[in-house]
Design a protein around this ligand. Structure first.
Ligand SMILES: [Mg+2]
Length: 236
């Protein structure tokens, strides 16, 4: 089991969806609704990460940009072989269902306690999401986590989203600390790429959106299966 010497670090950057906020069920239900309504032939586990990325990307864009980019956006495996206009209908239905189910989503069990303990240890904490920063603020507020985070960064605060290391580097600069003094916790292959490019300690949680094999290939410094395992590596 990997253990971290927490005293060696000054700051921890968290991704939001899939690390703090559990949207797995919301995506699962939205995809299940699409499969039923449009009779799609897909294996949900195989398309999870792709759909999570698609949803994340769509949330970043204003509507005109979604329409302009819809042809490329919808070039995803789970819609392969479907006519373009049906793809659009499925895509819109998927996004609406997801937005509805997301309201019922919650944070991972124990993650709030971990965040509070890290805050007690005087570590600086930040959120880096490819979503809008206002979305992150809303989620943190809903679960009483706002007070722990000194920085919340969304796609609207950077010129390049993850996998670019820009967001991480910006946070480190703001904190005035070195990459070797920081940890980034994410759940996707794009997070691993961003963390490694920024040269911070990269911890990946295989919380369900991405398949573990794909995450292993990205070679994060530490890969854990779930929130409980994540808490264990901090060894309080
Ligand atoms: Mg995530």
């Amino acid at each position: 089991m990997n253990q971290l010497k927490i005293n060696n670090y000054k700051g921890i950057i968290f991704d939001l969806d899939g690390v703090i906020y559990d949207i797995t069920e919301a995506i699962n239900k939205a995809v299940a609704d699409c499969i039923e309504k449009y009779q799609l032939q897909v294996n949900i586990d195989e398309v999870m990460q792709e759909i999570a990325h698609l949803i994340e990307e769509i949330q970043n864009y204003p509507v005109p940009k979604i329409i302009l980019n819809s042809y490329d956006l919808l070039k995803v495996n789970f819609l392969k072989g479907i006519r373009y206009f049906k793809k659009l209908r499925v895509g819109i239905f998927l996004f609406n269902q997801f937005s509805k189910y997301r309201e019922e989503s919650s944070i991972f069990e124990g993650i709030d306690e971990l965040i509070s303990k890290l805050h007690d240890k005087k570590l600086k904490l930040a959120i880096l999401t490819n979503n809008k920063s206002s979305y992150a603020e809303e989620v943190l507020e809903k679960f009483n986590l706002t007070k722990y985070f000194s920085l919340i960064m969304g796609f609207n605060d950077v010129s390049e989203v993850k996998p670019s290391p820009e967001g991480i580097l910006k946070i480190l600069e703001e904190w005035d600390i070195n990459p070797s003094e920081a940890i980034f916790i994410g759940d996707m292959t794009t997070d691993i790429q961003a963390g490694k490019a920024a040269k911070v300690k990269m911890i990946c949680v295989a919380s369900g959106l991405a398949q573990k094999e794909a995450l292993m290939e990205g070679q994060p410094d530490i890969l854990v299966d779930n929130t409980q395992e994540l808490i264990k590596i901090f060894n309080f």
